[in-house]
Design a protein around this ligand. Structure first.
Ligand code: CP3
Length: 343
């Protein structure tokens, strides 16, 4: 058996690497014909809940030469065992059937044991590890309390986070109870993923860029810290990711994580000034995958160059790949990052 490609784990740990490692958020998804073919036969939730299908989809993008696999699942899966079922409605994204509106709704939510409520995810992790046979490491993940709360309260995607912030400002005690429940569910879930074989984990706090630094520090950060401090004790790399976070990076680092995810709204060099000494992940604008190849490569080279000056750098997009992305650009990007960073 060939040795594991461990440059992703090495970069997370700030150890020297032969090339810059690359993987992409949402690397398994609709931009791939193999994914669309499976998806034509199964719903998104069916695919998540069937370990064999989740495993198959997880492995699909590994063929592009990325340096890590990320488990195929969704950040919203814990909502169902908490007592808030949802579906992915065609064209609208996620829809939570009975959104949480008040304290009574928060009190009804269950804090469950991960192996009981989400055993199918851990089964998928064990299967993927077996199938990968050490080819590349497997990343597990979960949504962070603020981002999950926004779906629970709004009932789906949101532009202004009106209901979310109304609860946060209007009933801070109910808000804190909600965040405590979500944080404990997430802590247990990520622990279970690591126990099942996840070799790194990423916490997605995708929508925290909606918050001022003051509100992040007061209403969110203690709950994120509850998760991340505990996960850091497992010894696996813990990636702390958000978008629109140029004003929040320092607070995010304080809350925890051994790698900080950065989007394209701030350069890696400027981000490193805010969170010195830590490994960074990012930060190419996913829309550059729609640019001519020479433009894509020029901008990717800049990210690689800036990353090389950091203590550790994992190349990624600043946010997930869009479904319309040309697959040839994805493959070209992976090859380019490997070739260019080896020079
Ligand atoms: O990165 C990966 O490849 C792992 C799988 C993964 C998915 N969702 C699969 C998915 C991960 C890590 C996520 C995270 C996720 N899910 C986030 C945070 C990450 C981010 O992008 O900021 C959020 C906010 C969600 C909630 C969610 N799930 C939304 C808003 C949607 C989009 C709905 C749509 O139609 O665009 C989903 C569905 C979803 N999750 C898809 C995939 C591949 C598309 C499902 C399909 O095939 O229809």
């Amino acid at each position: 058996m060939s040795a594991m490609n461990d440059r992703f784990l090495r970069a997370c740990r700030r150890e020297p690497v032969d090339r810059t490692p690359i993987w992409m958020m949402r690397q398994a998804g609709r931009y791939m014909a193999e994914y669309r073919a499976l998806r034509a036969k199964h719903s998104m939730l069916e695919m998540c809940k069937t370990p064999e299908l989740a495993c198959e989809v997880t492995l699909q993008p590994v063929a592009h030469g990325v340096d890590a696999a990320i488990l195929f699942a969704d950040i919203l899966l814990p909502l169902e065992p908490m007592g808030a079922p949802f579906e992915f409605a065609k064209g609208e994204g996620p829809v939570v059937h009975q959104p949480v509106t008040d304290r009574a709704g928060v009190e009804r939510l269950r804090v469950f044991e991960a192996e009981e409520g989400l055993g199918y995810v851990m089964q998928a992790i064990r299967l993927v590890r077996k199938e990968l046979a050490g080819k590349v490491p497997l990343i597990g993940f979960a949504g962070a309390p603020f981002t999950l709360a926004s779906y629970l309260i709004e009932g789906g995607k949101s532009t202004h986070y009106l209901k979310t912030k109304r609860l946060m400002y209007g009933d801070p005690a109910a808000w804190n109870l909600l965040m405590e429940k979500l944080a404990e569910v997430t802590r247990r879930y990520l622990r279970a993923q690591v126990a099942a074989g996840a070799q790194a984990v990423q916490l997605f706090d995708s929508w925290i860029g909606q918050l001022s630094p003051e509100d992040y520090a007061e209403f969110v950060s203690p709950h994120v810290a509850h998760i991340l401090r505990d996960l850091e004790a497992t010894g696996v790399p813990v990636i702390h990711f958000g978008t629109g976070t140029a004003t929040l990076l320092g607070l995010q680092k304080q809350a925890g994580g051994t790698v900080i995810g950065v989007d394209w709204r701030i350069s890696l060099t400027d981000a490193a000034k805010l969170v010195p000494g830590v490994a960074l992940q990012g930060n190419l604008d996913p829309l550059l995958l729609f640019a001519p190849l020479d433009v894509l490569k020029k901008r990717a080279a800049k990210v690689v160059d800036e990353g090389k000056k950091l203590p550790g750098h994992v190349f990624n997009l600043g946010h997930g790949i869009l479904p319309e992305t040309p697959i040839d650009s994805v493959k070209a990007l992976v090859d380019f990052v490997h070739e260019y960073s080896a020079r």
